[in-house]
Design a binder for this molecule. Structure first.
Ligand SMILES: *Cc1c(COP(=O)(O)O)cnc(C)c1O
Length: 430
């Protein structure tokens, strides 16, 4: 295996593998990676890339971190995995206690699962099973926001933006839910009742059929990298209460400090009934996610007809993943992470702001350790991806968005290289 050259790997890959949203016939170039350390990806051809993506929000501490490596190897020596049906173990219990301590007080029960999409499936099933259990089986519909992204499995996909989520491809297999407009009031500003008018109308007209509203608080990620008013969340909570509808927050992207707060919900100070976390949960080491809920939901489900919540993944509570998540959270909290995220935000603001002058740029925006250059037209990936690699950075645009969410450990010099590469590359496209 070690003897394959970079180009052999690329060819074998192109002939056998799917990549995310990939084609089997028009596979774009892939870059073989041999190792990763700190904020750098080492390519098999010897080049090094400064990673601006944190492997899609996950690798907040950078790669090959000694503390996380130790957590994995220590747990590995005890046990890699045991089933969670009828058995339990310290890594899962510790992680659940950490999560309930760090999230709003009402959220006191944790369902562990293997990926973000599954944690969303679990959240949707909890909401629907709750209403069934309390004698309102009609309440099965969901309300989601346009531009939202919640994952790629069927249930999760059904609450993604219908257009960017390609709902038309899946016909009647996909459940039909309600969509409200994406909030337009920018982060940091108060919104008006008008911003929630359509949401309020939907809830008023259909609340007898609606189980829950699901949103990504403050940051809509893969559906557009949009930042919106935390005040929207305050008003949305009030609407959900008024119409007796549950509220689900998907913090899979925003959790663990990315927006400058440990969880984005802290910007608004309101509690959801159900909360999904994933991505950075294990510091990018292993796939793990969690769905937290409050007592209303957990008791409602447990005292209902089924007497149990009907979900149970094979790898539920995987000890390796749980132990790594505990270590990652402890590592985060043992550091001045708020200051780091603030410093990264300052670096992103300074570094990306020259892009505001470019004719092909619609908007530059930053929040916490997220930096976005939104172009007027969609980028040509086949052209732009090699340009970034030649500049020694790993940035993976989509659509009109050239964006980054670096590991929190990125130093100012590397951050300046990353932002300069983003601005220069966008300028070259102009
Ligand atoms: C990535 C993401 C998901 C899906 O998580 P997977 O681990 O890819 O299944 C769901 N919601 C949000 C907000 C995400 O960013």
């Amino acid at each position: 295996m070690k003897d394959w050259t970079a180009s052999q790997l690329q060819t074998l890959d192109a002939n056998t593998l799917w990549h995310p949203y990939g084609s089997a016939t028009q596979a774009p170039e892939t870059y073989p990676v041999s190792s990763a350390r700190g904020v750098r990806l080492q390519l098999t051809d010897g080049r090094e890339l400064i990673d601006g993506m944190a492997s899609w929000w996950c690798a907040i501490h950078g790669y090959n971190h000694p503390v996380l490596n130790r957590a994995v190897t220590e747990q590995l020596e005890a046990m890699a995995h045991v089933m969670f049906g009828g058995l339990t173990h310290a890594p899962a219990v510790r992680l659940a206690r950490m999560l309930t301590d760090l999230t709003p007080p009402g959220l006191d029960r944790v369902f562990l699962s293997d990926s973000g999409s599954v944690s969303v499936e679990v959240a949707l099933k909890m909401a629907i099973q709750y209403w069934f259990s309390v004698g309102q089986p009609r309440k099965q519909k969901l309300v989601a926001l346009r531009n939202g992204y919640h994952g790629d499995t069927f249930g999760a996909m059904s609450v993604c933006d219908p257009v960017t989520g390609m709902h038309h491809l899946f016909g009647d297999v996909l459940p039909k839910h309600f969509f409200a407009p994406a909030p337009t009031t920018p982060f940091g500003e108060a919104c008006s009742d008008d911003d929630l008018r359509e949401m309020a109308e939907l809830l008023e007209q259909h609340h007898q059929d609606i189980a829950a509203v699901i949103v990504e608080p403050v940051v809509q990620g893969a559906g557009g990298m949009r930042f919106y008013s935390a005040d929207y969340l305050v008003r949305l909570r009030a609407l959900c209460d008024a119409f007796d509808v549950l509220l689900i927050y998907d913090e899979i992207a925003t959790g663990f400090g990315r927006t400058g707060k440990l969880f984005a919900l802290e910007h608004a100070g309101v509690e959801p009934d159900i909360l999904c976390v994933g991505k950075a949960l294990t510091g990018g080491y292993m796939t793990l996610a969690a769905t937290l809920c409050n007592q209303r939901v957990s008791l409602g489900i447990s005292e209902g007809e089924a007497g149990a919540f009907m979900h149970g993944p094979t790898f539920m509570g995987n000890p390796l993943a749980c132990a790594t998540a505990c270590a990652s959270i402890e590592l985060l909290l043992s550091q001045p992470w708020q200051r780091r995220v603030q410093e990264i935000n300052r670096g992103l603001e300074i570094g990306l702001s020259p892009a505001r002058e470019l004719a092909n740029v619609a908007e530059v925006r930053t929040l916490g350790a997220i930096g976005v250059i939104e172009l007027k037209e969609a980028v040509d990936m086949d052209r732009i991806q090699p340009m970034f690699v030649e500049r020694g950075v790993w940035v993976r645009p989509f659509g009109k968005l050239v964006y980054c969410m670096p590991p929190y450990v990125m130093n100012p010099d590397d951050l300046a290289i990353l932002t300069a590469a983003m601005v220069d590359t966008v300028a070259q496209l102009a």
